[in-house]
Design a protein around this ligand. Structure first.
Ligand code: NAD
Length: 338
């Protein structure tokens, strides 16, 4: 058993508590000891604390530097702002990392996809600078903010990730032919950073061409680094290449020592409380968490358990055409990771 470290655990809404509980079980089974501080966010936090993102949740993540989070409800069109956007901004979690890999037992159109997207998480059109131009609201303007500081730290993160994880090539995705200043700045920063990493191959690609090439031959990509809006779209596109959002993991990384890990799927209210949710997305996020705290061998063991459980219909959950439920799948992952 390795040394105990602290983490913040946020169960979230809908199926969140079910997939979080299953994931805590598999982390424990790797032998890595994490002492969790349980905190709230989302609809449950509104009901109990009167706010979707209580200060004590933020304070806990700042203190532990590590969060495992279930999905939280975001109302569309009105109500409170996205908890995820608020967490990323408040904690300055500037790099969103999404590995996309073909999984056994998960139906998809491609067989050998294995790529990682690093998306800048704090700038671009998502900086939230927008307004109506006239009082009658017949025209609106949204401003994409790109800074050298924001671009550089995200691109450096991508290169460091490549080195740490044995990735060979980074493709920087942009639209600098049209957006010459904002996207040009991101591209120029990427070219500068790339000179410091001669061991990693570097190229750049226009976003529209990237979308087409990803659909024709996704196996030719190794890593992609891109800005916030393109990263948002391309990471869902690539999740679709390997069977959808249900099994996709994600990490949000910041410099202040903070990192937050969560599945890409939402609260799945239609199946909440029935014990049938598929916890793979969060379990794969937990493997990224273990990598992040330098527990590479337990992380690999956990991935092996997940792949082996997915490969067999008897031990897969129903959403993937399998015959078991959350608890049965979790038991199988634990059995098969040993
Ligand atoms: P969703 O991902 O919750 O559900 C879409 C469909 O996929 C549903 O049929 C659901 O049953 C199924 N599904 C999703 N995850 C599953 C799992 N792990 N196992 C089995 N089936 C699964 O998407 P939605 O319905 O668009 O969103 C519901 C809520 O979740 C919204 O409030 C949304 O804002 C929120 N959301 C939160 C996050 C987050 O906190 N990271 C991410 C996405 C959506």
């Amino acid at each position: 058993m390795s040394a105990v470290r602290k983490g913040t655990l946020i169960a979230g809404d809908g199926i969140g508590p079910e997939v979080v509980a299953a994931t805590v079980r598999v982390i424990e089974a790797t032998g890595v000891a994490i002492k969790w501080e349980t905190q709230m966010a989302g609809a449950m936090a509104i009901a109990i604390e009167g706010t979707p993102l209580p200060q004590k949740t933020l304070d806990s993540i700042r203190k532990t530097g590590l969060a495992l989070k279930g999905p939280t409800t975001t109302p569309i069109g009105g109500g409170h702002a996205s908890i995820n956007v608020a967490l990323r901004k408040t904690l300055d979690l500037y790099a969103n990392v999404r590995p996309i890999k073909t999984l056994p037992g998960v139906k998809s159109r491609y067989d050998h996809v294995d790529l990682v997207i690093v998306r800048e998480n704090t700038e671009d059109l998502y900086a939230g600078v927008e307004h109506y131009i006239d009082p009658r609201r017949t025209a609106a303007e949204s401003i994409a903010i790109i800074t050298k500081f924001g671009s550089e730290r995200c691109i450096v993160y991508a290169f460091e990730y490549a080195r740490k994880h044995g990735r060979k090539k980074i493709t920087l995705v942009h639209k600098a032919n049209i957006l010459k200043m904002s996207n040009g700045l991101f591209l120029d920063t990427g070219k500068e950073v790339a000179k410091r990493y001669p061991d990693i191959e570097f190229n750049d690609m226009i976003v529209d061409a990237t979308a087409m090439k990803l659909v024709i031959s996704p196996e030719r990509f190794d890593m992609i680094v891109t800005m916030n809006l393109f990263g948002d779209i391309l990471s869902d596109l690539t999740a679709g290449l390997v069977g959808g959002l249900g099994v996709a993991p994600a990490a949000n990384i910041g410099d202040g020592g903070c990192a937050m890990f969560e599945a890409v799927h939402g609260t799945a209210n239609d199946i909440a409380g029935r014990g049938i949710a598929n916890p793979t997305g969060l379990m794969l996020s937990a493997a990224m968490l273990l990598d992040h705290v330098e527990q590479r061998e337990p992380a690999e063991r956990l991935r092996k358990g997940i792949w082996a459980a997915l490969a067999n219909a008897e031990t897969r959950t129903g959403d993937l055409g399998g015959k078991t439920n959350t608890a049965g799948y979790t038991d199988a992952v634990i059995r098969l990771m040993r």
